[in-house]
Structures are given as structure tokens and as C-alpha cells.
Design a protein around this ligand. Sequence first.
Ligand code: PEP
Length: 245
Amino acid sequence: MLRKLVVGNWKMNGSLAQLAELSAIVEAARGRADVDVAVCPPATLIAHAAAQAGGLAIGAQDVHCNPHGAHTGCVSAAMLKEVGASLVIVGHSERRQDQRERDEEIRAKAEAALAAGLQTIVCVGESDPDRQAGRAVEVVTNQLLGSLPDSWSVGELVLAYEPIWAIGTGKVATPADVAEMHAAIRRNLAQRFGERGASIRILYGGSVKADNAAELFAVPDVDGALVGGASLSAAQFVPIIQAAG
Ligand code: PEP
């Protein structure tokens, strides 16, 4: 069994005042030596968060695929590292939708992040119409093929399965659906990467809360969670960390 990883994605939420929540999360994470915990605040807070994170990993929510240049509004992997980020999320469905990011671009971002030494979480997940049409596994398989880099070191590449219809909606995939998808992803990783595929942690994301976390963590091949809304408050996020242990 792989060590569980619980990642909070604050999205476009949070301010300097919000970092008070981080202190409580840092304390809880310190008490759980058996679980890896990370928080990805907005880019404006990364340096501040890293300064008070103790052993907690701080990450970014996106990265550009180039190291520098004429890309207004973007930040590179080296820039994120310099201010204290140790991981990054790429290909979140909100970016796939809002910024129309495609698999090839997400793969390029992942390659750049890994090359810079950032642990990289690649997100995949189907829409509700895809699931209703029975195409969920096919859609996710195609995203894996297009978004995952070929080259990575053990521990550095992480996958997050996040059904779009479950993100921020309060609707959670059933344990049976999560089990089916995570098993399909694991098979896919094994086919592509051989034995090394077993070392890639597969997180579930989509309305994970204190009251459903334990059930989700008990599903085979669920190696942690990517948590949005419930990661904004220590009161909601800490019980999820506890459930992972
Ligand atoms: C996410 O932002 O990746 C996410 C899963 O959000 P939520 O937990 O709010 O559904």
C-alpha cells in the first residue's frame, strides 16, 4: 500500500488572513507522520505559506511549460520553487474548461515541473455527459495517454482522478465507481510504465469531506485525496487528514 497523500487546493480563495487556517493544518500534519499533506494556495500566498509551513508541503495550482519569456501573467516552475513550492497541480478540470487547456499542454507543463524538481499532480476526470454515456473510463484513459509524461522519478508523479460532476457540487462518486476507475487507471499505468506504474499515487477528488473521507480512503488504489472546498478551513480539512492515517 502506498503512503497516503492529502492535498488541499484553495483555488482562487484565500488572503493573508486565511493563513491562520494554515497554522492549524500544519499542527495537525505534524501529528500524522504516516500521511503526506500539502496545501496549494493561490500563487500570491505561496511564499507566505511556505514561510510558516513547517514540514507541510506548499504547492501551486498551475505552471507554465517554459522556463521564462513573453508569457504575460504566467509563472515558471523555477519561479515557484524559488518562493518555496515543492509541488504543483496541472490539468485541473477548471483549467481544462476555463483556459481550454489540452492534454498536450498539460503534458508539457508536467514535464517542465518534473524537470525543475516539483512533485507534479496531473488531474484527469470525465464530465457528467461522458459518464451518462458510459464513456468515463475511455475519456480518462485518453487523458492519461495525452497528459502523462513518459519520464519521471518514483514519488514525483501523482495522479488525481476528479470526476468533473463531483467537483464543488457535493455529489461524490460512489465507492464502487471510484474503485472501478482507480483500478482502470492502475491497469493503464502498469501497461505504460510496467512495475514502476505501481508507485504512482492515485488521488480521488470531488467533494471529499470529513464524513465521506474514511469510506473513500478504504477503496483499493485510492492513495489519498485532492480536496477543494473542505481544505479552506482547518476544522474541515484536519479530519480528512486524520481519516487518511
Ligand atoms: C478540487 O478543487 O480539486 C476539488 C476536488 O474540489 P471540491 O473538493 O470542492 O469538490
